[in-house]
Every structure is written in structure tokens, then in C-alpha cells.
Ligand binder design. Structure first.
Ligand code: ATP
Ligand code: MG
Length: 1111
């Protein structure tokens, strides 16, 4: 409320739009009145006018920051924090990049204003370790840049001698991420113009930094020269005053300003400025930004080199040719510089006192005169310093730059040195004023011209407001064909004699009739006798006033050349930082290209800066300097009036009063405010304009406050907009509350449902569990009860049954006794004679009956081999028992035989036959019991080799096996295959499978075997047979029992006669045995091994020969 009254206070309105009457005097009076009340800020709409109080005011406290944070711009007293807050909120909430343009004269308070803006943004943005570090780095860049880029001038003790444009980058939450400082340089500029014909002086080089840096905005000339009452850049004084003795010794400096030529050899202590403290602050700031100690040392070393260069004195001498030359007067300074930068002093001396000129591919070393030598020395000092400054800016940027890839919003703060009008204005003032002229153009374009044009475009009823358009002045300077800068470039590049006189003559010719250009020779300078306009000068009617420029030095400064020998010498230095500043000094990279001039670089940089500023939403702070003497709270109306005029504040107020404070396209406007009407919220189906009309009609704003353009809505006063914004904020808060409530409700419902579901589940499980337990308990109890009841019932029943049984038994006993008694009484008469016999028969029968019944129950198992039988219980039954045992055994065998198959029966018959033949007669029989009689052991049918043998045994094969035939001559055995068929016995050679001997079964007279377990068989053949003539056949068979059994059966089948078989220890045979008589068996038990090499030996002679096995 207090602020609103302040804005409307008739004597000192806070917003000049409400000025009444609208006149220059009233405006000036208001500013003065407010200034006297220490209200240094005043609005024109959203433009802030700041009048420098030259004294600290208590209006920048944290409480003030809090007061202006998220404030309503017009609801609080005018303040720079209000515009900073407005820009910051607009950037954060509306996603619009912002730029804050701070303009005003030198000393009007621009730098202070930019610092206030930065510190405000830092204070209101959120806190956090990372964010605080970024903020601190951004804020601490100021002391470093001010030390190297600011100097005391007559107008300002801390005048910025460079233009600074800083982009502070924020994330979507409005937290600073980092920034980019531009030494008023912006984006890359178009490639530099090329020289069609390189001039002789191509032994010059130009700064290596690409022209995107507006290095020329650093006032380099101040390094080597400054007027009395001013100072060089602060850093030199700070270094000498604040550097420790050790540091100064290392840098080979003396702590005495009056020793140094570039400091005008005078002591310079500024009241209120503590250079030593500032030096320490700067060092701290560097550490915070992230400079390493090595970098700081290197930076100070190069600074010291610049300072010491000013003390390099030259004196003239003459060469043998009589030409003037220069030499170093006092080599000590040069040697110290050389030591600092790591360079041979003679190289540096040669570079300072001579230069190499290239004439038709030949390099000639020419000596420099003393003045040329000083020129070279100063150019070197200026170049080193300005390049060092650029390096410094780049180094700070490296620390504060934002990592790529992050989405960011930008707030640019432009603090460029202000408009300057001196007694003697040179090239620097021309450049500076041109830049300010461009900034004024932006202001005019965006606030005055553009605005008025927009009203016409949008079809809003509008009465044009007259204002001064400075494009004519901008064009005079920057026109690419006939602008002053173009003319200067042309002169610099033109071959032939070039000097400032030819340049001014050219200007006078071209701009003879230009309204804003004056010189002694132009037509519009009718006052030829005007002493304020000397001969080598021209005057421009700037928007801020007339400025007379002296063209002396224009050509040299525009060229800004440095002897190549000097840059080569710098490159040859071992000092890494210094060397890196002069990359063009590398002899491997000679460049004949002449880079653009200072003027054209500057023009291009300004153009890029303008483009950058146009792309952002501008916020203006117009700084006004109230007096020329830096006196606190002194208001000089004339001085302020001049600034009010050239800043175009009156026009600004007029346009503002007549125009509309706010405009926006219908679509974004409706989108932003549609929640204020039930008809447009949440969806509006009609056109955006209709929606806007419906919305605003419902809000009932006065009709003069609104105007509907073709594409935009216009709102006249900011108050209406703020009202709208306030309602929106309220509504957004309501909606947010609603959404929150809905969301919370939904979340609670969800949670409740979930809990309920869980609760039901848990209780179901619990109930189930409890019921199950109860049921189990009940079941257990019921079972127990049941058991007790049943037990009780059963016991009762049992008792009853027992009683019944006892009764029954008693009754039975009684009736038995009674019946016995009756029977005995009845039969007593009949039984008396044969009672004994009858009784004994009866008892025998009962005993036999019981025995047979017992046998029936205890019959032995049916296994044939099981011959067990229960014993007879009574002796008189033993015979019958034996008989029954035999009957039962035979019956068991019969049953066994009945279930045998014919094959099994045949096998058993074979085995039976074998047992009849050999049982208890030959020891081998016991072994043969386990072996089944297979008959066929040769596999005649499978083996093709035995096909012939099959043919021989045409009749049915009975047995086939491999045997050993004992040779009758020597007793040795030979292997043979034996085939027994139904009619023949065949012996065959196993190798050839050819029959060797075929015997008819009828030729077999008998057979002999030993009692032992050998396989020797002697077949006695009939003497009438063919083979029989040779004697008996002696064979050794591995299946002797089977062979003899089968032979016996076959003979029985064929001849119905049994085989005469002799089983004895002695053998007597017939045949052609070795010596007449027959051998006798004499085999001890087990002598025959059965192996192939067994043979039969005979011992003894004549009729008493004994055969035995030899292994
Ligand atoms: N808001 C303020 N409160 C108190 N003193 C101020 C304020 N603004 C500026 N000053 C004083 O004015 C002096 C000059 O201000 P500043 O350096 O900001 O001017 P400038 O416009 O940047 O000048 P230049 O163009 O030369 O750099 C400051 O050193 C300070 O003493
Ligand atoms: Mg400044």
C-alpha cells in the first residue's frame, strides 16, 4: 500500500507514466525530489531509472531482497531488485530468455547496478552446495575482471575500461548452472576481409584471437598512456601495493609506483580504495573460481612483464651507413624481463630495436629509429595485456561454463562502458560511443518504434508519438560502403600515402551534406570560425549530444599492428602462458593474411551482440549521473536534464502513456489465464480470440484497459496485468489445492482400499485359522466324548455279554450235565456189554480223524526236492504215516511231471538216462548235473565253413562237438569235430571241415570209460567194420557224459539195443595198438587236464601196458 502511494505521490511519482503535467521540467523535478528523498530508482513503466547517489544507501539488505522476492512489480517501491525479480520470474516461470541492458554515462552506476542484479538473483535462487558454488564463482568473477579491466578515470574511480556481457544460465527450476562472460564478444563473425595486395609492412602481425572477441573494447591505449589524474588498470597498483615482498622479488618488481613509466612515474593512492586489500580479494576470488597457483603466478608474471616493458628505455645511435638506429639504454630491465619469460635478452633486444622486412621473397633486417622502437615496445605491451585479458576471460569461462547437453534458460547482463564526451575524443571514444548509439537504437526500436508499429499492424487505434530515431547516426558510422568505419578501413588498406589528413578529407567529401556530421570543411559547418572544431577533427551529433573527434591516431589504432619480430620473440619465450598468447609468432605458420581491422572487428562484434540482445526479452536500467564531481547526493539539474534528453526518457514516457503496457498473442494468453473463467476452463472450443474476449468480459475489466488486436490482446496498464496475474496465482493455488485434494483423496482411497483388502484377507485367514483350530478342538473333544461314551457302552455291553456267556456256559454245563445224566441213565442199560470196544473204537477213530485233519492243515511244500513230512503223532500211526509220505511224494512228482513241457521232459529224460548210466559209477557225472545237454556245440548252421559237414550228416543230427582223438601210434591227441547223427558217428578235420571217418552206429560194439572225472572214451568197434580193423577209437570229449548218453539213446532208437558200457579202472580193448596187447587204464584221479596238449602214454611192454596222461 505504501509503495502504491509512493507510485502515485503527485510530487514524486514512482512511475513517470503518471507524471502530471507531462513536461521535461516536471520530470526533472520529480527525479530531483525523489533523489532528495534518497529514492534513487524511478520507473517509466517497466524501465528503471537509477540516479547514482554516490553514497551507500541502506536499501540492499537481505530484508529488502526478501521484500522484493516474488513481489508485484508495481506493488512495491521502485527498486532495481524489482526489475531483477521481474526478469528472473519471467525467465523461470514463462521460460523466456532475458537480457538486462544497463546503459548510462561513465560513472552513472552501471557496473554497480549489474552487480546488484547478480547478487539479487544469487540471493533468491535456491541454495545447495553445488548451486552456491556456481553462484560464488559467478559473483567472484567481478573482482578479477575489475582488477584487470577497470581503472580510475576522471569521471569514475572504478571505471570499466572494457565491455562486459555476461550470460547467466539457469536450469528449469531457476537455479544458476553457470555462465559465459563475453568481453563484449558474442558469436563468431563473418570471415575477415582479405587483402588484395599485402603491403610492405606485412612484417606486422595481428592479434591471434579470432575476431569474435571484442578485444578492442578493452581500452588498450591506457596500458601505455593515460592522462594526468587518471590511472592505469587497477591490477598494476594492486600488485605493487598488495604483493608480498617475496612475490615482488620473484616478479622482479619494486613496490613503488613512481618507478614505472607506464604508471606515469607517480604515486597514486585513491581515497576510499585499498589496493592491497583489493589485491588479496582478487587472489581469493581467483582461488574460488578455480585458478591454480601456477596459473595465478603465470598471470602475474605476464602482468609484471607489461609493467616492466614501460621501463625499457631506448636511445638513438647511428649505424655505419649513417642511418639512425636505436639501442637499449639500460639493459637491466630487459634482462629481468628476459629472465621472467625465459628468453635470450639479445633476441628480445633485437626484436625491440630492429625489424625484418620482406621485399620480394627476401628478408632484410632494418634498424628501427627510437620513435619506431618505442612504438614497437608500446604495441607489444598493449598486445600482451589485451591478450592476457582475453585469456583471463576465457579461463574464467572455463570454470563457470555449463556442461553441454543441459537445457537452460539465459539471463544476459550487459554492462558496457558508457557514452563519453571528453575535451579531446579519440578513436576509443568513437568506438565506445558507436556501441552506445547501437544500444540506444535497440532501446528505440524495442520500446518506441517497434511498439508504435505494432499498434498499427494490429489495427489498434493509435496517435503516433514523435521520437528521435538514431538509425541515421548508426548508418553514418557503420554503413558498409560509405560509413565512417568503412572509410577508415579503406584508408588503412589503401596502398600509397595514408595518414589522418587523407582520411578526414575523404570523410569531409562524403559527408559534406550529412545532417549529423560536421567538420570545418563541410557545408553544414557554417561556422568555419568555430574554435571548438579544430582542423583535424570531425563532429557527430550523437543521440546523447555532439562529440568532436580528433582523427589523430585513428589509422594506427584501427590497424593495431604488431611487428612480427616481436610476436616471434614472444613465441620463442619459454613462458608457457606468454608463448600461448602469440601463436602467430610460430615461424612454421607464417601468414600473409591480414586480419580485419579493429573497427571492422568491433562493428561485427557489435552486430552479433545486437542480434543476441534482440533474441531476448529486454529489461532496461537507465543509469543517470547526477553530478560530475562524484559528490554524494548532489543533483545537478542541467547535467541530469541533458541525460534525460539523450536517453529519450520523455518520449519513452509519452509512448508508455499512450500505449499498452502488455501484449500477447491470443493463444498463449488464453492458455495462461483460461482458468480464471468457468467458461474457458478447462476447455475452450472456440477461437483463441473469442476465448480471450469471453474470459476478460467475465473478469469485468474497464473497457479502456483492453484492446483486441488482430492477433494479440493489449492491456493498457501494468496494474491490470498484475491484477490478472494475481488472480491467476490465486486460481492456480486453488487449482493446485484442488488437484492436491483430488490426488490426496485418490491416494487415500487407494490406500484405504488396499488396506481394506488386506484387512479382509488377513481377517479371513485369521478367522479360517481360528475356526480350524476350534473345529480341531471340538473334534478332539467329540472324539474323546465319543470314545468315553463308546467305551462306556462297550464295557456295559461286554459286561452284559460276559454275564450272558456265563449264563450260557452255565446253562450249557447244566444242560450237558443234565443231558449226560439223562443219556447215561437211558443208555446205561445197553452199553454195559461191549462198552469197552465201542469206546476204544470211538477214541481210535477220533484220534485218526484228528491226525488226518492235522495232516490236511500241515501238508509240506510242493517243491519236488522237499522231502519233509510231519512225524506221526502216535506210534500206531507210523506205518500209515510212512505210506502217506511216499504217496504224497509220488503224487507231488506226478504233478511236477504234468506241468513239464515236452522239451523239458526230453532234457530230463536225457538226464535220467545219464543218471542211469553213470550215477555213482563215474566221478564226472556229478559235474555234468549242472550242465544242460545242448547237443550242438559247433554252431553248424551258423558257421558257413561247416556246410560240407552238414551235407555229410544227412540224417538227423544228434550231437556235434569238438573232441580230441588219441593217436594210437604215439598217444598224442589231435583235434577233431565229432558229429553224431541218428545213424552215423562222423569224425572230421576241424581245419578243412572234411569228414575223416564216418562210422555207422551198427559198427559200434560198446564203449568204455574210466571211473574218474576225465573225458576219455574208448569206442569198441566191430572187427568186421572198416574202421574196426585198426582197433578201438580213443576219444577225449569235454561233454563225455552227454556224448555217451546220446550215443546210448541213439543206439537204442536205431537198434533197440542198449550200448554195452563198461565203467572201470581197467580197460581192455581191441585194435592195432602199439604192441600187440591192449593197454590198461591206469589214470590216477584228476590226471587229465583237458587241455589240448594232453596226450596218452603207454608204459610197460607186452600184455601189461598201462596208459596214462602226459601234461
Ligand atoms: N547504487 C549505488 N549506491 C551507491 N553508490 C553507487 C551506486 N551506483 C554507483 N555508485 C557509485 O558510483 C561509482 C561509479 O559507478 P559504476 O562504476 O557502476 O559506474 P559505471 O556506470 O559502471 O561507469 P563506467 O562506465 O565508467 O564503468 C561507484 O564506484 C560507486 O561509488
Ligand atoms: Mg562500469
Amino acid at each position: 500500500m505504501e509503495a502504491t502511494t509512493s507510485l502515485l505521490d503527485a510530487a514524486a511519482v514512482g512511475d513517470l507514466v503518471m507524471l502530471d503535467p507531462l513536461s521535461e521540467e516536471a520530470l526533472l523535478r520529480t527525479l530531483q525530489e525523489r533523489f532528495s528523498r534518497e529514492e534513487i530508482y524511478t520507473y517509466i513503466g517497466e524501465v528503471v531509472i537509477s540516479v547514482n547517489p554516490y553514497k551507500p544507501l541502506p536499501i540492499y539488505t537481505p530484508e529488502k531482497v526478501e521484500e522484493y522476492h516474488n513481489c508485484n512489480f508495481f506493488a512495491v517501491k521502485p527498486h532495481i531488485y524489482a526489475i531483477a525479480d521481474d526478469a528472473y520470474c519471467s525467465l523461470r516461470d514463462r521460460d523466456r530468455d532475458q537480457c538486462i541492458l544497463i546503459t548510462g554515462e561513465s560513472g552513472a552506476g552501471k557496473t554497480e547496478a549489474s552487480k546488484l542484479v547478480m547478487s539479487y538473483v544469487a540471493a533468491v535462487s535456491s541454495k545447495g552446495e553445488e548451486v552456491d558454488k556456481v553462484k560464488e564463482q559467478l559473483l567472484q568473477s567481478n573482482p578479477v575482471l575489475e582488477a584487470f579491466g577497470n581503472a580510475k578515470t576522471i569521471r569514475n574511480d572504478n571505471s570499466s575500461r572494457f565491455g562486459k556481457y555476461m550470460d547467466v544460465e539457469f536450469d528449469f527450476k531457476g537455479d544458476p548452472l553457470g555462465g559465459v562472460i563475453t568481453n563484449c564478444q558474442c558469436c563468431p563473425l563473418p570471415s575477415p576481409p582479405r587483402w588484395s595486395q599485402p603491403p610492405l609492412s606485412c612484417s606486422y602481425t595481428h592479434p591471434p584471437f579470432p575476431p569474435q572477441t571484442l578485444t578492442d573494447l578493452l581500452e588498450k591505449s591506457r596500458i601505455v598512456r593515460h592522462v594526468k589524474g587518471e590511472r592505469n588498470f587497477h591490477i598494476f597498483y594492486q600488485l605493487l601495493a598488495g604483493g608480498s615482498a617475496q612475490l615482488l622479488q620473484k616478479l622482479k618488481l619494486r613496490p613503488d609506483c613512481s618507478y614505472y613509466g607506464y604508471l606515469n612515474r607517480e604515486k597514486s593512492v585513491l581515497p576510499g580504495m585499498d589496493d592491497a586489500a583489493n589485491f588479496r580479494a582478487m587472489q581469493d576470488a581467483m582461488a574460488i573460481i578455480g585458478f591454480t597457483p601456477t596459473e595465478v603466478t603465470a598471470l602475474l608474471e605476464v602482468t609484471a612483464v607489461v609493467l616492466k616493458l614501460g621501463n625499457v628505455e631506448l636511445s638513438s645511435c647511428f649505424q655505419a651507413s649513417g642511418m639512425e638506429a636505436s639501442s637499449i639504454t639500460e639493459p637491466r630491465e630487459l634482462q629481468e624481463i628476459s629472465q621472467l619469460i625465459g628468453l635470450d635478452p639479445s633476441t628480445l633486444e633485437q626484436a625491440l630495436c630492429s625489424r625484418t622486412v620482406k621485399v620480394r621473397d627476401e628478408s632484410v633486417l632494418t634498424a628501427l629509429s627510437v620513435s619506431q622502437g618505442y612504438y614497437g615496445r608500446d604495441a607489444l605491451a598493449k598486445n600482451i595485456y589485451s591478450r592476457l585479458f582475453d585469456w583471463l576471460v576465457n579461463r574464467i569461462n572455463t570454470s563457470i561454463k555449463v556442461k553441454p547437453g543441459k537445457q537452460r534458460k539465459v539471463m544476459g547482463v550487459l554492462d558496457i562502458y558508457g557514452f563519453e564526451i571528453f575535451q579531446d575524443n579519440g578513436f576509443e571514444q568513437f568506438i565506445i560511443n558507436y556501441c552506445n548509439e547501437k544500444l540506444q537504437q535497440i532501446f528505440i526500436l524495442m520500446t518506441l518504434k517497434e511498439e508504435q508499429e505494432e499498434y498499427v499492424r494490429e489495427g489498434i487505434k493509435w496517435t503516433p508519438v514523435e521520437f528521435f530515431d538514431n538509425s541515421i547516426i548508426c548508418d553514418l558510422i557503420e554503413n558498409s560502403k560509405v560509413g565512417i568505419l568503412a572509410m577508415l578501413d579503406e584508408e588503412c588498406l589503401r596502398p600509397g600515402t595514408v595518414n589522418e589528413d587523407t582520411f578526414i578529407t575523404k570523410l569531409n567529401q562524403i559527408f559534406a551534406s550529412h545532417k549529423r556530421y560536421e567538420s570545418k570543411e563541410t557545408l553544414n559547418a557554417k561556422h568555419v570560425t568555430d574554435i571548438s572544431l579544430p582542423l583535424r577533427c570531425f563532429r557527430i551529433h550523437h543521440y546523447a549530444g555532439k562529440v568532436t573527434y580528433n582523427v589523430t591516431g585513428f589509422i594506427e589504432k584501427n590497424n593495431d599492428l604488431l611487428f612480427r619480430d616481436l610476436s616471434q620473440a614472444m613465441w620463442a619465450a619459454r613462458h608457457t602462458l606468454l608463448r600461448s598468447l602469440f601463436p602467430e609468432g610460430d615461424p612454421q605458420r607464417p601468414s600473409l593474411k591480414l586480419p580485419p581491422t579493429t573497427g571492422s572487428q568491433f562493428k561485427a562484434s557489435v552486430a552479433t551482440l545486437m542480434k543476441n540482445l534482440y533474441s531476448k526479452n529486454p529489461n532496461y536500467i537507465r543509469c543517470i549521473k547526477p553530478n560530475d564531481t562524484k559528490t554524494a547526493m548532489l543533483f545537478t539539474p542541467d547535467l541530469v536534464l541533458a541525460q534525460v534528453r539523450y536517453l529519450g526518457l520523455m518520449e519513452n514516457v509519452r509512448v508508455r502513456r499512450a500505449g499498452y503496457a502488455f501484449r500477447q498473442l491470443y493463444q498463449p494468453f488464453l492458455k495462461r489465464y483460461k482458468m480464471l473463467s468457468r467458461r474457458t476452463w478447462p476447455h475452450w472450443t472456440g477461437s483463441d480470440r473469442e476465448g480471450t474476449e469471453v474470459l476478460l468480459a467475465e473478469l469485468k475489466f474497464p473497457s479502456e484497459e483492453l484492446a483486441y488486436g488482430h492477433t494479440k490482446i493489449f492491456i493498457r496498464s501494468p496494474r491490470t496485468l498484475f491484477d490478472l496475474e494475481k488472480r491467476r496465482q490465486q486460481r492456480v493455488a486453488e487449482l493446485a489445492t484442488l488437484i492436491q485434494a483430488m490426488f490426496r483423496g485418490w491416494r487415500c482411497r487407494k490406500q484405504y482400499q488396499l488396506m481394506r483388502k488386506s484387512q479382509i484377507l488377513i481377517s479371513a485367514w485369521f478367522r479360517g485359522h481360528a475356526q480350524r483350530n476350534r473345529y480341531k478342538q471340538m473334534k478332539r473333544s467329540v472324539l474323546l466324548l465319543q470314545a468315553y461314551a463308546r467305551g462306556w457302552k462297550s464295557r456295559r455291553l461286554l459286561r452284559e455279554l460276559k454275564v450272558q456267556r456265563r449264563r450260557h456256559l452255565a446253562a450249557s454245563t447244566i444242560s450237558a450235565y443234565w443231558k449226560g445224566y439223562q443219556t447215561r441213565r437211558t443208555y446205561r442199560r445197553y452199553f454195559r456189554s461191549d462198552a469197552r470196544t465201542r469206546l476204544s473204537n470211538f477214541i481210535y477213530r477220533r484220534m485218526v480223524q484228528k491226525y488226518l485233519m492235522g495232516l490236511q492243515k500241515n501238508l509240506p511244500p510242493m517243491a519236488v526236492l522237499d522231502r519233509t513230512w510231519p512225524p506221526a503223532p502216535y506210534k500206531f500211526l507210523s506205518d500209515a504215516n510212512q505210506e502217506l509220505k511216499g504217496i504224497f511224494y509220488r503224487w507231488k512228482c506226478k504233478k511236477y511231471r504234468e506241468q513239464l513241457s515236452p522239451q523239458q521232459r526230453a532234457v530230463l529224460q536225457d538226464k535220467l538216462c545219464a543218471s542211469e548210466l553213470f550215477k555213482d559209477k563215474k566221478a564226472l557225472y556229478a559235474q555234468s548235473l549242472q550242465q544242460p545237454f545242448r547237443g550242438e556245440y559247433l554252431g553248424l548252421t551258423q558257421n558257413r565253413k561247416y556246410q560240407k559237414l552238414q551235407a555229410v550228416a544227412k540224417d538227423k543230427l544228434v550231437m556235434a562237438e569238438a573232441v580230441q582223438k588219441v593217436n594210437r601210434a604215439n598217444g598224442k591227441t589231435v583235434p577233431r569235430l565229432l558229429l553224431l547223427t541218428t545213424e552215423h558217428l562222423v569224425l572230421a578235420d576241424p581245419k578243412a571241415a572234411q569228414p575223416k571217418m564216418v562210422l555207422s552206429l551198427s559198427d559200434i560194439r560198446g564203449a568204455s570209460v574210466s571211473r574218474f572225472s576225465d573225458g576219455l572214451l574208448a569206442l569198441h568197434l566191430k572187427e568186421t567194420s572198416t574202421a574196426g580193423g585198426k582197433g578201438d577209437l580213443l576219444l577225449v570229449s569235454p561233454h563225455l557224459i552227454e556224448l555217451v548218453t546220446r550215443l546210448h539213446q541213439t543206439l537204442m532208437d536205431a537198434t533197440a539195443q542198449a550200448l554195452p558200457l563198461s565203467i572201470a579202472d581197467q580197460y581192455a580193448g581191441l585194435g592195432a595198438w602199439p604192441v600187440g596187447a591192449w593197454p590198461t587204464w591206469a589214470f590216477p584221479e584228476g590226471a587229465w587236464s583237458g587241455r589240448g596238449r594232453d596226450r596218452v602214454c603207454w608204459e610197460g611192454r607186452g600184455g601189461n601196458q598201462v596208459a596214462h596222461w602226459a601234461g
